[in-house]
Design a protein around this ligand. Structure first.
Ligand code: N0T
Length: 510
């Protein structure tokens, strides 16, 4: 289903995505690459505002930076493209040794049309607006505006062509997000005249599910308007993506303003017709030019995070935390993403460093640790040999089975005390770890603020024991370098991972 093709336009392999059985990874320069990303605030992709962002990105030790490309700035007059800001981003990313995920703020940005060029906003005849049920024009574009779509396709293709000309050797840009949280706000579906005709016509054959001669209401009942919105938006986004991909086939993704945390009202609480969980099957079917649908997950709660992202891990879709808030406790999500064969994880809005100093230092330390291990963990995650252990207040202690070993985490126990069966309630749950099975007798344990226990799942008469625990590092070639042996208090009642994080190689009995 997913695979990597050869070099395109250049001599070096294209960034690409590999995937199998719901486990995925990016390949960059022909090597596995876990995207550790930071995103700037929406209005920061300007020369005067970049230095403070780079300061944060450097402190965060991310390998990838998500930066917007504003349609209104890139096409100030119809057909005249200005790529100077794109070039600045590429040049500065190279200086800072970061890869780029460019975000195409085109027809949609958070369910509205605020980034379309001014000359388009002024011409509502050629570029019709979205209309609500009362016929009122809204500040979003109609997904039925054929000239709007044509202009977006042209502009996005011009951007991708520019990237091919500028970057097909270095591959600083490794992926591109098409639109931003596309969907409709202010109405569940478009009621423009073109939309009305389409809504009262028959459902397209690929969505009719065998039923012939049905209209949208007949096929989808009370959800018809939302399905119709999803169909109109996904088709449009796929059109833009396909046009760009024809110029330069980078991995393309869509990010979603999720329907979770009790949000139920399309067009009010979340953009209607986005790739929300209830519209995901439709979106996957209608968007063959989109490689990944990512999840923008703004929660510090593990259950909410999981409810948001897990439905997006499927045979046809890679898990990808395309945005999350820059908080200390959200550092846990990156570890979970790495364990499950995700493309990567991102924190949003990092460029007000005074606000986020503690979180930036913490994510930075995690990223330095995870960057070393990612090349080793990515292939192990692909075969299901990596688990994450994430602390959540009040939730049962995380427990997994790897081979014939049970891996369990606990939090807050004093030395000599039994492990509590659930995580204590505290305002910042920080426990985060991954455990990988390297082979039958070796595990890699990486994590922070947790106690990790390894016990045999077999209750037979043979000997099962942890034999050796070594702290160390992984070098750029993936080789292990031990720095000391852990024993005694550090291991007798479990592996006590300190708050600042550590990496251990554990040998167990066969
Ligand atoms: C995100 C970000 C940025 C009732 C918000 C999340 C980013 C966009 N949108 O800071 O705008 O460009 O992708 C919207 C989530 C709203 C939740 C409302 C809950």
């Amino acid at each position: 289903l997913f695979g990597c093709s050869a070099a395109f336009g250049g001599v070096t392999p294209m960034p690409c995505m590999k995937g199998h059985d719901g486990h995925f990874h990016m390949e960059v320069d022909g090597r596995p690459f876990f995207v550790l990303a930071a995103q700037m605030h929406n209005s920061s992709a300007w020369p005067e505002y970049l230095p403070v962002f780079w300061k944060a990105a450097d402190a965060l030790s991310v390998n990838t930076v998500q930066a917007p490309v504003y349609w209104e700035i890139m096409e100030p007059a119809e057909g005249h493209y200005d790529f100077s800001m794109v070039d600045t981003l590429i040049t500065q990313a190279r200086t800072h040794r970061k890869r780029l995920a460019l975000l195409w703020f085109g027809t949609w940005k958070n369910g509205a049309g605020h980034y379309v060029p001014l000359w388009m906003k002024r011409d509502t005849k050629r570029f019709p607006r979205l209309r609500d049920a009362d016929g009122r024009q809204l500040d979003g574009m109609s997904p039925f505006g054929s000239q709007t779509l044509e202009k977006d396709k042209q502009a996005f293709s011009a951007l991708m062509k520019h990237l091919r000309e500028r970057d097909s050797v270095e591959h600083t840009v490794i992926m591109v997000q098409v639109e931003n949280e596309p969907g409709l706000l202010g109405t569940v579906r478009d009621h423009s005249p073109e939309a009305e005709v389409a809504f009262h016509a028959l459902v397209p054959a690929d969505l009719a599910n065998g039923a012939r001669g049905t209209d949208w209401m007949g096929r989808f009942g009370s959800d018809a308007a939302e399905y119709f919105a999803a169909w109109s938006v996904s088709r449009y986004v796929n059109g833009v993506a396909a046009a760009g991909k024809a110029e330069y086939p980078l991995p393309l993704y869509v990010n979603v303003w999720l329907r979770y945390r009790g949000l139920t009202q399309p067009g009010v609480e979340y953009p209607s017709g986005g790739a929300t969980v209830n519209m995901l099957d439709l979106w996957k079917r209608e968007t063959p030019a989109i490689d990944v649908i990512g999840t923008d997950t703004y929660t510090g709660n593990f259950a909410e995070y999981q409810a948001g992202v897990l439905p997006y891990q499927r045979a046809d879709n890679a898990p990808f935390l395309s945005e999350s808030g820059i908080t200390e406790e959200n550092a846990r999500w990156t570890w979970d993403m790495l364990s499950r064969g995700a493309l990567g994880a991102s924190v949003f809005g990092v460029d007000d460093p005074d606000l986020h100093d503690a979180a930036i230092r913490l994510h930075g330390a995690d990223n330095r640790l995870l960057a070393q291990t990612a090349p080793v963990l990515v292939p192990l995650a692909a075969r299901g040999d990596v688990v994450s252990l994430i602390e959540e207040p009040g939730a049962p202690s995380p427990t997994h089975r790897l081979g014939h070993w049970i891996v369990k985490a606990s939090y807050g126990a004093q030395w000599g005390q039994p492990d509590p069966s659930s995580a204590p309630i505290r305002d910042k749950p920080m426990g985060r770890a991954v455990v990988a099975r390297l082979d039958e007798t070796h595990f890699l344990v990486i994590g922070a603020a947790s106690r990790i226990g390894l016990t045999a799942a077999l209750h037979d008469t043979s000997l099962h024991e942890v034999r050796r625990v070594e702290q160390g590092e992984i070098d750029a070639k993936g080789a292990w370098h031990g720095t000391r042996i852990w024993n005694g208090d550090e291991t007798d009642s479990g592996l006590n991972l300190p708050p600042e994080g550590v990496m251990l190689r554990v040998e167990v009995s066969p």
